[in-house]
Design a protein around this ligand. Structure first.
Ligand SMILES: [Zn+2]
Ligand SMILES: [Zn+2]
Length: 142
């Protein structure tokens, strides 16, 4: 690989890294592609996807697996997520990571547990409101 090519790769990775760090909404790979594309018109989807995976593997960012498209997180400390099944929003859960579960699972199973990942699924407060309003309207119309 020539030096100039490596220089371009580094620059692109930095751009992708900054795009993830600039947001706290757990963007998907497509969201990141759209935002880096504004700064580098030549960047390809493949480059963005590949670099996101490299950054997640090396621990610079976190990979969040949710029922829809995978998301990325600039927060790398252990924390739980909440996923809205209606609008797809992913937010950090307001409860602390519980190491007790790691110890418990390790004791019972004989596995060496490094961590656990938890995604709470349901409706965000906005969607919940919408659904509840619809339900109320239905009841009134009955
Ligand atoms: Zn929602
Ligand atoms: Zn998060």
């Amino acid at each position: 690989m020539s030096l100039s090519r490596r220089g371009r790769n580094t620059k692109q990775r930095k751009l992708i890294m900054e795009a993830v760090q600039s947001r706290c909404d757990h963007p998907s790979a497509d969201d990141i592609f759209i935002s880096v594309r504004k700064q580098d018109k030549k960047i390809s989807k493949g480059t963005v996807y590949r670099n996101l995976n490299i950054l997640a593997e090396t621990g610079s960012i976190c990979h969040v697996r949710v029922p829809s498209a995978d998301r990325y997180d600039s927060r790398t400390d252990m924390h739980y997520h909440m996923f809205c099944a209606s609008c797809g929003v992913v937010v950090d859960a307001p409860i602390p990571y519980n190491e007790k579960y790691d110890k418990l699972a390790e004791e019972i199973s004989g596995f060496r547990i490094d961590r656990h990942r938890t995604v709470f699924e349901g409706l965000c407060s906005e969607c919940r409101k919408k659904y509840e309003e619809q339900d109320t309207n239905k009841q009134i119309n009955k």
